[in-house]
Design a protein around this ligand. Structure first.
Ligand code: ADP
Length: 504
């Protein structure tokens, strides 16, 4: 930014000269260029001291030879107190050595009083004032920048291509525990040369961040985020960087990682424990059910024997009791058998194969002939039923249960009408088993697939309440679904949906 002086700007000048006509000369010369000039004439030390204390001037013009001192001393005194105040020497008596000496001390210009030279005075004042304004502005910016850098909670640093630290702010020193820049330079814990080399390989903007754990001067460690970039000034390229303390974030991250790890481990342990407990429980249930059948068979066997051998001797009451024992033990045996089938469904592997549903349904119907005949039921099979991918044993069991129910839950004075049909869909087959039985109210329809869920007492419709649970578990294990559509008194439409053989 170039500073230019405005015509109407007030310019206050100290004129240090013993010669009154020279002072007039100066004022006249400058007034042409600066109409709002305010000149203060200094004739002795006392007036000089007063002016210095008052600080009401922008520039000093001094002769070299003065009665009470000399121009060089005046220059020194002004610059010592006001470094940005321009001083111009306007003299006839100075030598070249004096001029050189004065320039070294900070003199802004040197103008000779002789007529051919003094015309330069206005221009010299103009240039000096502009330069001083620029310097003042730059100094102000520098002070602002420095105070910002000092206040910043982030470390700021600059290094050269050799990785040597050139400058840094107080936060940088504090973060790494250094007392001074020279200590930081000596310990060189950042390996900036390697960083510089890495960045110079990158395309513009040559910038990168990295997280690193650094050793502080006292031996402790701190996690930092270092952001660096290469900047060019004239012909030199430097590495500018910011360094931030991220210890608390890192700590939290590590804690989350540790917790995740231990959580995963705990979940694995629990899952393994649960699987082991489940298996033990299933094995226990299986062996108990299995072992229970032995004494049950003995009860059944001996009570049948007793019935055969002693039916002549026993009175009707005792005979009734014996019949009850036999029936109860048969029921318990059926119950255990169903439970075994159910629990085995989750234990065994379920290999599947392509199965023709028509053949399978006919085989099941064949096995159920005695019941079908007993109820004089009509079974309609609407072909085609298609092919499914299923486990033969399980699917036979599922169809048997559905057909048995379709025969069973029909009032005795009604001829059971069973229709079996299929919807052949893309990738699956939905098989329907429809009856004209008592129906199921909508509230109970989802419940009946649970174990032991029965809607009727065994005196009206005997059963164990496990049949439909076997249907659902079996179908699900083969990758399918089950459901029912029904209304009370309107018959029921049970369906199972199974994957079909993919057509290629
Ligand atoms: P179970 O037949 O041994 O009672 P299920 O699990 O096969 O056990 O059936 C559960 C209950 O669902 C039956 O008790 C009955 O109330 C009802 N149910 C099953 N199938 C039918 C059907 N076709 N019509 C009417 N109700 C049925």
């Amino acid at each position: 930014m170039t500073e230019t002086l405005k015509q109407d700007q007030v310019i206050r000048i100290l004129i240090v000269d013993d010669n009154p006509s020279d002072r007039v000369l100066i004022i006249r010369e400058l007034q042409q260029q600066f109409p709002r000039l305010e000149a203060q004439e200094i004739r002795d030390q006392e007036s000089f001291d007063r002016a210095m204390a008052a600080n009401a001037f922008n520039l000093v013009i001094t002769d070299y030879q003065i009665r009470w001192n000399n121009g060089l001393e005046v220059l020194r005194m002004v610059k010592a107190r006001y470094p940005y105040c321009p001083v111009i020497m306007f003299t006839n008596t100075g030598s070249e050595e004096i001029a050189v000496e004065a320039m070294k001390t900070g003199l802004d210009d040197y103008v000779l009083k002789e007529p051919s030279r003094r015309v330069r005075l206005s221009a010299a004042v103009q240039v000096a004032l502009e330069r001083s304004a620029r310097e003042r502005q730059a100094a102000k910016l520098e002070i602002r920048l420095q105070s910002l850098l000092n206040q910043l909670r982030v470390g700021v640093f600059r290094a050269n291509a050799q990785g040597q630290l050139l400058e840094c702010n107080p936060s940088f020193l504090e973060l790494l525990g250094y007392d001074s820049l020279s200590q930081a330079q000596a310990e060189n814990s950042l390996d900036l040369q390697a960083r510089y080399a890495q960045l110079s390989q990158l395309p513009p903007p040559q910038r990168d961040d990295w997280e690193v754990r650094l050793r502080r001067s006292d031996g402790s460690f701190v996690w930092t985020l270092i952001s660096t970039t290469l900047n060019r000034f004239d012909s030199e390229t430097v590495l500018d960087g910011l360094i931030e303390d991220i210890s608390s974030r890192k700590q939290a991250e590590l804690e989350v990682q540790r917790l995740n790890l231990s959580l995963e481990q705990r979940v694995q342990e629990r899952t393994a424990q649960l699987a082991a407990a489940n298996q033990a429980l299933e094995e226990f249930a299986y062996s108990v059910s299995h072992d229970l059948r032995e004494p049950l068979r003995a009860i059944q066997g001996f009570s049948s024997l007793l019935l055969e051998e002693t039916s002549q001797q026993l009175d009707n009451r005792s005979l009734g009791h014996l019949q009850r024992i036999l029936e109860s033990s048969r029921y318990a045996d059926r119950l255990i058998q169903d439970l075994l089938t159910y629990s085995q469904l989750s234990r065994v592997d379920v290999p599947v194969q392509p199965l023709n549903l028509t053949a399978l349904v006919m085989e099941v119907a064949e096995q159920l002939q005695p019941q079908i005949q007993q109820r004089q039921a009509v079974v309609n099979l609407l072909e085609p039923l298609g092919e499914v991918l299923a486990n033969r044993t399980i699917l036979m069991q599922v169809l048997t249960n559905l057909l048995t129910n379709a025969l069973k839950f029909v009032p005795l004075d009604v001829v059971p009408q069973i229709t079996i049909k299929a919807e052949i869909l893309a990738g699956s087959v939905k098989l329907w088993v429809e009856d004209n039985g008592i129906g199921i109210n909508s509230e109970a329809q989802s419940r009946i697939f649970n174990v032991f869920e029965r809607l009727h007492g065994s005196e009206s419709y005997p059963g164990t309440g496990i049949g439909l649970a076997i249907v659902r578990k079996g179908v699900e294990r083969m990758g399918g679904q089950v459901g029912v559509e029904s209304q009370l008194g309107e018959g029921s439409r049970f369906w199972i949906q199974l994957p079909s053989v993919e057509e290629t």
